[in-house]
Design a protein. Sequence first.
Length: 156
Amino acid sequence: MTPQKEKNLGGRPRAYKEEIAQAILDKIAHDCMSLNQISKEEDMPARATINKWIARNEEGFADRYRVAFQCRAYLMAEEIIDISDDGHNDQVMNKNGDMVTNGEAINRSKLKVNTRQWVMSKLIPTFGDKPEATSTDGAGTVIVNIVKDDGTTKDA
């Protein structure tokens, strides 16, 4: 008879634990980490487990997650300013010794800013384009205009 292997009791946490939940919320709110990044850490639960905690609102986790997520969005807003103000790689020296514009670094900065703006506008209602509803015909017809952050409008 062959000896039975002992069951591996290690692995990622699955049961809700307040200290793990708080660590996740801190990473979101203070370190601007995504759930994808957090769930890749060995001592953190898998993404599916975290999603279950949110869906079940384990001990108010979903409510606190929303607050942490909003904090993350405000951190992203601050990152946009930092990225926009950081010009240390905007100029590079070419092989002739001349300083030239580093288009790759500038394009990467634009991508970072645009990505953060998009995420903020889609997931946090207070950011991004805002609809304005007006009635102009007296019959109750509602005309919706989208007011962009730059003040221009477009019809919905």
